[in-house]
Write a protein that binds this ligand. Structure first.
Ligand code: G3P
Ligand code: MG
Length: 356
């Protein structure tokens, strides 16, 4: 059934609303497009209604994810329209010249992503496990495809990132733990303070710990399997247990970005506004973006984030929960959406009516 969209427009005819789409469980499940996804995006593009893709997924470059989605959904996209879990890390320019550990996902792909962001010295657990002083504890992985320029002497890790759901939880956890307990990030050392069990919290002290960033808090996500699968939040919970057991309950300072966090939604809105400006050329003060419809499948990230988001740019976000992903109909969503719809196409149909 065709439906007419007479979008709410500004004085210069620019739509005053837009969309943010979650990806996994909304547009695709692993490699399979979900019902109505292609039609929904094509419709918005034909009506020139701006949208971005806002995902806690990652582990590959924005270019590669966009290319995958273009093929699966038969829709023209570009990297200005996507925010992945780790995309905001590019802005940590004060770390671009430092040595950073990037754990999680496919090590070589995540290393390339970090390098694309401007990080010049990126090591992964796949590099480190090859170094002589590390070979003893873990069976070496197949030789990394890209000969990483990792020298043999003890590495000093200045910051640690988890870019995507770890594949080898044990290896990633062990190397992150080593760095956290080390003397100022020197792998292969143990901070003398951490040897002094008389100190409070068994010696954990923040001044010797490299900053630690996670990119995605999702405990569960929707794949082609019928049951939701553990996401990066599962690894975080496991590592918290490991840290607590090893240090006797010491505090572990960490930064977690991704949906539902305010900063991630602000980053996404800046991307959406830039994309809207790119779409319409000049967008003036008389062309406000008043409403953004967040279409998601996960109450914890998509719905909670949109409900709690307070835009510093003046837009109101409306959460729309759909039934094709993590949330299961008949269960009470932990965070109440503005509306529930069957799938992404129904959600878009509802929103374009709501926006009139
Ligand atoms: O790793 C991907 C998963 O955490 C969820 O991705 O697209 O549903 O935010 P998405
Ligand atoms: Mg999702």
């Amino acid at each position: 059934r065709q439906y007419q969209t007479t979008p709410a427009v500004t004085n210069s005819g620019i739509p005053d609303y837009a969309f943010a789409f979650d990806i996994d469980g909304v547009l695709v499940r692993t490699s399979a497009p979900l019902p109505g996804a292609s039609q929904a995006l094509k419709h918005l593009q034909s009506e020139r209604i701006p949208f971005i893709l806002l995902t806690n997924g990652g582990g590959k470059s924005e270019e590669e994810r966009v290319s995958d989605l273009q093929n699966k959904l038969d829709v023209e996209l570009d990297t200005s329209m996507i925010v992945q879990s780790h995309t905001p890390f590019a802005d940590l320019t004060d770390l671009h010249d430092k040595t950073v550990l990037v754990a999680g996902g496919d090590y070589d792909k995540c290393q390339l992503v970090a390098q694309k962001y401007g990080f010049k010295n990126v090591v992964t657990p796949g590099d480190i496990v090859f170094l002589d002083y590390y070979k003893s504890f873990a069976k070496p992985l197949p030789k990394p495809i890209i000969p990483h320029s990792t020298s043999e002497e003890a590495l000093k890790i200045d910051a640690m990132f988890v870019y995507n759901d770890p594949r080898d939880w044990g290896l990633d956890a062990h190397i992150i733990l080593d760095a956290l307990l080390s003397e100022s990030g020197y792998l292969g050392t143990v901070s003398k303070k951490n040897n002094n069990i008389s100190l409070p919290n068994k010696g954990y002290l923040q001044d010797s710990q490299p900053p630690f960033y996670y990119s995605n808090p999702d405990m569960w996500w929707a794949t082609s399997y019928h049951l939701s699968r553990l996401g990066q939040g599962g690894f975080t919970a496991a590592f918290d247990g490991l840290w607590s057991s090893v240090t006797g309950g010491a505090h572990l300072p960490k930064t977690i970005i991704g949906k539902p966090h305010q900063e991630t939604y602000e980053f996404a809105e800046r991307r959406l506004r830039a994309h809207r400006k790119q779409l319409f050329g000049q967008v003036g003060l008389n062309d406000p973006l008043r409403r953004v419809y967040m279409i998601g499948d996960n109450p914890e990230s998509d719905i909670r984030g949109a409900n709690n988001y307070r835009s510093p740019y003046g837009s109101q976000w409306t959460s729309v929960l759909i039934k094709t992903g993590v949330w299961k109909e008949g269960t009470e969503p932990a965070h109440k959406p503005h509306v529930v719809r069957e799938n992404v196409l129904d959600a878009v149909r509802w929103a374009v009516e709501d926006a009139r």
